[in-house]
Design a protein around this ligand. Sequence first.
Ligand SMILES: Nc1ncnc2c1ncn2[C@@H]1O[C@H](COP(=O)(O)OP(=O)(O)OP(=O)(O)O)[C@@H](O)[C@H]1O
Ligand SMILES: [Mg+2]
Length: 268
Amino acid sequence: MITNSRSSGADGMEMAINTRDLNLWYGTFQALFDINLQIKKGIITSLIGPSGCGKSTFLRSVDRINERLGYVRITGSVDVFNHNIYAQDVELAQLRKQVGMVFQRPNPLPISIRENILFGYRIHHEKGGKVSKGEADGIVEEALRQVLLWDQVKDRLDQKATMGLSLEEMQKLCIARLLPVKPSILLMDEPCSALDPKGTAAVEELIWELRGRYSILIVTHNMAQARRASEECIFMLMGRVVEHSPTDRLFVTPRHKETADYIEGRYG
Ligand SMILES: Nc1ncnc2c1ncn2[C@@H]1O[C@H](COP(=O)(O)OP(=O)(O)OP(=O)(O)O)[C@@H](O)[C@H]1O
Ligand SMILES: [Mg+2]
């Protein structure tokens, strides 16, 4: 494993995520090949590519979720803000605080809306004592306001989050509950794929609102979403990165034939 690697790009900009020669195997099957990516701080980067090309695998390797499977092997390094997250002294709890993940299907906990928001915060802060009611109220309101959900749910905060919320509201809640622990990176794995067009539009708008405050890496099968919602775009094919460019350039003048074929819908 490589440690102490630099995470600044050629232009000296601080990188949110910097991988070097990242390879990943599920048993004997290699899912990622020599991934060298520099993902910039404070912007939205989208990750596209056909089904099975390794998008989710890559995302999960930035949060160290893959290794829960005993048969996963990883070589190379992943730096998050200059620290190799695969170094021996990394605490997973600390990493999960810094890197939040949103999944395809909204997965709120079967507890109240309010407690969903406070859940992660309590885990990270309650060792030293209880969170006061006033503090908790402030945290809940701020998180829900950031995801544009406060007005819809402020009168039913004690209602179970798994009941009575639309999928769109649930997904916004799943984003909101990451915010109180102040992550610097949000990983989103097809966060709109379970939503209808209206829900997709609303959640996309929200993701755009969060730009600048967080570094966001979002996987999507929706080309229109990638074009609208991201500043840089990465195209993967069969476990490899084919192209990583400013989104406009990738869609208008792709550098590789494989990218052009994919965005024109010839496979995928
Ligand atoms: N837990 C696992 N065990 C074994 N193989 C896996 C596992 N998860 C994914 N794979 C394999 O690794 C490859 C990449 O899968 P991954 O889920 O990362 O692709 P993806 O790009 O996210 O696809 P999709 O667009 O369908 O979500 C695929 O061949 C998949 O079958
Ligand atoms: Mg996937």
